[in-house]
Write a protein that binds this ligand. Structure first.
Ligand SMILES: [Zn+2]
Ligand SMILES: [Zn+2]
Length: 349
C-alpha cells in the first residue's frame, strides 16, 4: 500500500509499505478522509519522530477484522483516536488523559491507504461513525475534541466574554463552541477572509490582528475578556492576550509560539489579579464523545471549513497550503481519490 512519508515539511515522499494481515484482535481500515492538523506542520514538534507517516484525524471504513474481533465488522464506518489513555494511572484518574503514558502504542498515520489497528486501539480508541457524520466531517472529531477540552480547562460554563486570537480552523471551532455556550466573542486574525468567516460563524466583533486589539475589544465588551484562547503561534498575539485578559480570567495556550520564541509572562500583575495562564494539549475520551455528539447533531458547522481535498499523491501540496496558512482552513487528504478539489469559495470575493 502507499503511504505519504513525512521527512520534513519540504520533503514528503509517497512510499510503498507492506500491509500485514490483522492478528486475531486487530482490524484493517481503509482511510477515506484524513485531515491535515495544524500541529502536523510544526517541525520542532514532529521532527524528533521523523521520518513518519502523519495523519491523526481520520474517517475510515473497516475492510478486514481478525477472528476474535466482535466489536466491529467489515463495512463499519469508524473514527479512531490516535492514542488512548490507560484509564488507571493517576493522570487518568485526575482527568489529565493527555499526560498518560501508560499505553505506548499509537495509531499508524492516516496519510496512507490503509491502517492496521491494534487490539488496544480497536477496543478503546475506535468509535462507530453515526450516519449523520460523513467521513470528511469525521476528520473534525479529534480537533473539535481538543477544543472541547480547552474550553473545559478554561472553565467556560456559559455567558463569559471570550477573545479568540487566530481564526484558522481551531479558532473557528473555538468561536462556534463558545457561541453555543452563549459567550460574547471577539476574534482576531491577520487575514480579512478569515475574519469574515469568524463573523459568519458567531464572532460578535472581529478585529484585524495588526490593530490595537485589547483597546478595541475593551470598547466593545466594556471590559476585558474572561477567557483568551491563543489559536496562533504569532508572538504578538501573546502580548495582546496579556493585556486583554480580565482579573480572575484565563489565558489558554491552544497553540504555542515555538521553542525559539520565549514568552515572558507578566506574572507580578497576574499574581494580584489571579489571572490563570493555562495550556491545553490533545483530548481525552470524554472530549471525543462530546465532540461526536456535537458533530452528529450538526451543532458545529464544519463543511464550510473544508477548503481543499487532495489525493494521497498530493499530500505535499496540502502540507504547503496548511503551512502558508492563508488560503487554507481544513485540508483533507483522500487516499483513494485521484483528483484534487478546491471548495468553499473564499468569502473575500
Ligand atoms: Zn489534530
Ligand atoms: Zn493513564
Amino acid at each position: 500500500m502507499k503511504v505519504a512519508m513525512w521527512y520534513n515539511n519540504g520533503d514528503i515522499r509517497i512510499e510503498e509499505q507492506p500491509l500485514c494481515p490483522p492478528g486475531p484482535g486487530e482490524m484493517i481500515v481503509k482511510v477515506i478522509s484524513c485531515g491535515i492538523c495544524g500541529s502536523d506542520v510544526v517541525e520542532w514538534y514532529r521532527l524528533p519522530r521523523a521520518p513518519l507517516v502523519q495523519g491523526h484525524e481520520i474517517g475510515a471504513v473497516v475492510v478486514e477484522t481478525g477472528a476474535a474481533v466482535e466489536k466491529f465488522k467489515t463495512g463499519d464506518r469508524v473514527f479512531i483516536a490516535p492514542k488512548v489513555p490507560c484509564l488507571q494511572c493517576r493522570y487518568c484518574r485526575n482527568g489529565h488523559f493527555p499526560q498518560c503514558t501508560g499505553v505506548k502504542e499509537r495509531l499508524p498515520g492516516g496519510f496512507a491507504e490503509y491502517i492496521l489497528v491494534s487490539e488496544r486501539l480497536l477496543e478503546q480508541g475506535a468509535y462507530l461513525l453515526p450516519d449523520s457524520i460523513s467521513f470528511d466531517q469525521g476528520t473534525f472529531i479529534e480537533p473539535l475534541a481538543c477544543v472541547v477540552r480547552s474550553q473545559a480547562v478554561a472553565g467556560l460554563h456559559g455567558g463569559e466574554s471570550v477573545l479568540v486570537l487566530g481564526c484558522g480552523m481551531a479558532g473557528l471551532l473555538q468561536i462556534q463552541l463558545a457561541k453555543r455556550r452563549g459567550c460574547r466573542i471577539v476574534a482576531t486574525d491577520i487575514d480579512p477572509g478569515k475574519l469574515k468567516r469568524a463573523a459568519s460563524l458567531g464572532a460578535d466583533l472581529t478585529i484585524p490582528a495588526a490593530e490595537d486589539v485589547p483597546e478595541r475589544m475593551k470598547e466593545f465588551l466594556r471590559g476585558k475578556a474572561d477567557a483568551v484562547f491563543l489559536c496562533t503561534s504569532a508572538l504578538p498575539a501573546v502580548v495582546q492576550a496579556w493585556s486583554a485578559v480580565d482579573k480572575g480570567g484565563a489565558v489558554v495556550f491552544f497553540a504555542v509560539p515555538g521553542p525559539e520564541k520565549p514568552v515572558t509572562i507578566p506574572i507580578n500583575t497576574f499574581w494580584t489579579q489571579e489571572v490563570r495562564v493555562l495550556t491545553s494539549y490533545y483530548c481525552g475520551p470524554p472530549d471525543i464523545e462530546e465532540s461526536m455528539r456535537l458533530l452528529a447533531a450538526h451543532a458545529i458547522e464544519v463543511d464550510s471549513l473544508i477548503t481543499h481535498r487532495f489525493p494521497l499523491s498530493e499530500t505535499a501540496k496540502g502540507f504547503q497550503l496548511v503551512l502558508e496558512g492563508r488560503a487554507a482552513l481544513k485540508v483533507i487528504i483522500q487516499p483513494h481519490e485521484q483528483r484534487s478539489e478546491s471548495c468553499a469559495p473564499c468569502m473575500d470575493q
